[in-house]
Design a protein around this ligand. Structure first.
Ligand code: NAG
Ligand code: NAG
Ligand code: NAG
Ligand code: NAG
Ligand code: NAG
Ligand code: NAG
Ligand code: NAG
Ligand code: NAG
Ligand code: NAG
Ligand code: NAG
Ligand code: NAG
Ligand code: NAG
Length: 332
């Protein structure tokens, strides 16, 4: 008893903007409470004491890294324990926090499978990058239909990208780079109308780049498309060169072949980095490349380009890094 019991309801009252919180509700929604305790129980090391406040003297809505809803008091909306060096597993019980819109556990040492979070239909942000997660990306993740930002990069995920990823209709950014994903880039990405940023670098993806990626109206909008360091083959779809707001295009270290399209100058006027090195691209470099006035880095090295290097490359005003090595260009 004492101060804690007095202070806590007052604090909670402020927190919720509500006045009807009392001792009998201090333990709140038992489902959310139990889910968090279950999650805590699966943490094997907490060197920074991130969960020190996670005890019964404090309402779980005030535990560090937790935020609760103002509209639905007691329901957990945010769980953010990034950068805490936590070791353990991500328990399936988190799938019971059905009011969650942000789950951020990036830069920790979580291992094991990524549980199916299929009941988190309000989830908008899922940041689990830089952990040690293994196994597949669960198909049922696509049930989180409000997802805006998905970052699972730098884990040890295997298997293919869920074929129904296109049903994540609201997705704005996805980063699955630096895993061991195999299979194709699902053509259903073409359904992610709001997709702006796509990072799939450093996996073992094969097959061709889906043409529909270049038809997404927001694709690359002030952002990047990174598909480098995979096993992608076939031609670069000409549609990609139509992404008029792209800042970075990096397709390096694949097995892409064919010529650069004559409309390459139609690529974003905002484009700063064009990285196509270490592929098997051939033919001449279209002079229209000189229209990309904002280019600072142009890497065409390690391909099979032939013929003259267009004069227009020499007059790109902001270029500071140019790699044309290991091709068959006429000397300048
Ligand atoms: C405490 O909260 C419960 C459930 O919300 C409510 O039924 C009860 O009347 C409240 N008691 C007081 C003293 O406010
Ligand atoms: C607690 O959460 C469960 C599971 O989502 C839900 O069914 C229940 O209605 C919630 N209870 C309260 C009091 O909010
Ligand atoms: C999560 O919900 C399921 C039922 O939906 C239940 O069986 C399970 O015990 C819950 N887990 C926790 C930790 O609350
Ligand atoms: C975690 O670290 C990253 C990168 O250093 C930083 O951007 C982010 O704000 C940090 N997040 C938290 C919750 O500390
Ligand atoms: C998706 O979520 C809804 C609502 O919680 C649930 O009824 C349905 O079973 C889930 N679907 C899958 C494939 O998990
Ligand atoms: C790739 O992920 C591994 C862990 O799987 C990590 O150690 C490494 O730093 C990551 N590399 C990059 C470039 O992020
Ligand atoms: C993508 O859109 C097409 C046509 O709108 C539809 O038939 C298909 O089922 C969608 N795929 C996914 C994975 O949402
Ligand atoms: C482009 O992608 C490759 C392969 O992942 C990477 O090594 C390189 O650093 C990237 N370059 C830029 C400028 O981002
Ligand atoms: C590029 O966009 C223009 C205008 O939206 C369109 O007419 C043209 O067909 C597109 N080109 C390619 C190769 O997709
Ligand atoms: C280049 O872009 C313009 C303007 O968006 C468009 O009208 C034209 O069709 C594009 N050219 C090609 C070859 O895609
Ligand atoms: C070129 O880049 C600068 C920043 O370096 C930016 O302010 C400008 O808007 C860009 N130009 C275009 C046409 O996007
Ligand atoms: C690269 O393309 C040329 C044809 O342009 C082909 O002869 C050669 O086998 C290809 N090399 C690789 C490693 O795919």
């Amino acid at each position: 008893m004492g101060l804690a019991m007095l202070v806590l309801p007052v604090l909670l009252g402020l927190f919720y903007g509500a006045s009807d919180i009392n001792c009998s509700t201090v333990h709140g929604n038992t489902t959310d409470h139990r889910s968090l305790l279950d999650f805590k129980g699966a943490i094997r090391a907490d060197p920074r004491g991130a969960l020190r406040s996670w005890n019964e003297n404090i309402h779980y809505c005030m535990w560090s890294g937790i935020k609760c809803s103002t509209m639905h008091p007691e329901r957990v909306t945010v769980l953010n324990l990034a950068n805490m060096s936590l070791t353990g597993q991500i328990t399936p019980s988190l799938g019971n926090l059905t009011f969650l819109w942000e789950l951020t556990l990036s830069n920790n040492l979580f291992s094991g499978q990524l549980p199916s979070l299929n009941r988190l239909i309000r989830l908008e942000i899922l940041y689990l990058q830089n952990n040690l997660l293994q196994g597949n990306i669960p198909n049922a993740l696509t049930n989180c239909s409000k997802l805006l930002l998905l970052d699972l990069s730098s884990n040890m995920l295997v298997g293919s990208i869920p074929g129904n990823i296109g049903s994540l209709y609201n997705l704005k950014g996805i980063d699955l780079s630096n895993n061991s994903l195999t299979g194709n880039i699902p053509p259903t990405f073409g359904n992610n109308t709001y997709l702006e940023e796509l990072r799939l670098t450093h996996n073992q993806l094969k097959g061709s780049i889906p043409e529909d990626l270049g038809k997404l109206p927001n694709m690359g909008k002030n952002r990047a498309v990174f598909l480098g360091q995979n096993r992608l083959s076939g031609r670069v779809p000409t549609t990609l060169f139509n992404l008029s707001k792209l800042i970075i295009l990096n397709l390096s270290m694949n097995k892409l072949r064919g010529t650069l399209p004559y409309n390459i100058g139609n690529l974003s006027a905002a484009l700063q980095w064009l990285i196509l090195g270490a592929n098997n691209l051939s033919g001449t470099v279209p002079p229209s490349i000189g229209a990309l006035k904002n280019l600072t880095v142009l890497d065409l090295g390690g391909n099979n380009f032939v013929g003259p290097i267009p004069y227009s490359v020499g007059s790109l005003p902001k270029l500071w890094k140019l790699d044309l090595s290991n091709n068959h260009f006429d000397s300048w």
